[in-house]
Ligand binder design. Structure first.
Ligand code: NAI
Length: 257
């Protein structure tokens, strides 16, 4: 039986890149997002035809507990098993505001979508994994969090984003410790500046910064760059390591004088 992965926020951007790459590697893929299910029937067929895997889109707001539970039930009904969770869904602040002015509502929104939603989805999946492991000792499972360079790099005009991603970094370590009890590894990827809808409003800013040397590799990152790192983790290539972080940002994370 082929393994099955769930990718949150898989409709576009980095998530869509991850879905494509995992399907290419032979994973059955379930992906969720906020759009209507009929709008993704074609995409699922395309993935199935192209790679000979099964693909399922589920409408699920990851901040909604009932929707999260219904999603897991559906995945298990369709695929029989879930092996990998890729927590990718996330948002940037609607308005970049200095931390002197950041509205509490934006703080709450980002914490809910970027940290609380993925945390409790992981909790749900982790409980499922513990249960499966009781009856299936060779069960294979893995979790990957898509955090951000903002887990450590400061942007004072989107502090709520930085805080939410710093929280994701601790969640990676918490789940790595807990899931080690059943041999499930947990990893984290910190993308740098990646060309997606999320960064489309700041294209000019980052074009300039990249041309001035922000990244050691002088280009934007693309969803495929992140997807390759996810595939590596899901294949088990770093099997004898867990709770680890990989920066995928063209070297921008290295502090320089
Ligand atoms: P994007 O905005 O292009 O795509 C995000 C997807 O998540 C969208 O399809 C959106 O509908 C979905 N989504 C948002 N809230 C959701 C919810 N509550 N439930 C389900 N789905 C939801 O963003 P992008 O760039 O692809 O980002 C993906 C992840 O990578 C995010 O966690 C982001 O914080 C992270 N990231 C992105 C970077 C970049 O430069 N683009 C850099 C560092 C991290």
């Amino acid at each position: 039986m082929a393994y099955t992965a769930l990718v949150t926020g898989g409709a576009r951007g980095i998530g869509a890149g991850i879905v494509e790459k995992l399907a290419q590697e032979g994973w059955n893929v379930a992906f969720c997002d906020l759009g209507e299910e009929q709008d993704y029937e074609g995409r699922c067929r395309e993935l199935a035809d192209k790679y000979g895997v099964r693909a399922l889109y589920i409408k699920c707001d990851i901040t909604d507990d009932a929707a999260r539970r219904a999603m897991l039930d559906r995945i298990l009904a369709v695929f029989g098993e879930l092996n990998a969770l890729v927590n990718n869904a996330g948002v940037a602040p609607n308005v970049r505001a200095d931390i002197l002015e950041m509205p509490e509502s934006s703080y709450d929104r980002l914490m809910k979508i970027n940290l609380k939603g993925p945390f409790f989805l992981t909790q749900l999946v982790a409980n499922y994994m513990f249960k499966v492991k009781e009856t299936k000792p060779d069960y294979y499972g893995v979790v990957v969090n898509i955090a951000s360079c903002s887990a450590t790099v400061v942007s004072i005009n989107r502090g709520e984003y930085c805080l939410s991603k710093a929280g994701v970094a601790m969640a990676t370590r918490l789940w790595a410790v807990k899931l080690a009890q059943i041999g499930v590894n947990v990893y984290e990827i910190r993308p740098g500046v990646i060309k997606t809808d999320m960064t489309s409003t700041v294209t000019a800013k980052y074009d300039k910064l990249i041309s001035e040397g922000l990244t050691l590799q002088p280009r934007w990152g693309y969803p495929e760059d992140i997807a390759k790192a996810v595939a590596m983790f899901l294949r088990g290539d770093l099997g004898y390591s867990t709770g680890q972080v990989i920066d995928v940002g063209g070297g921008m994370e290295i502090g320089r004088l």
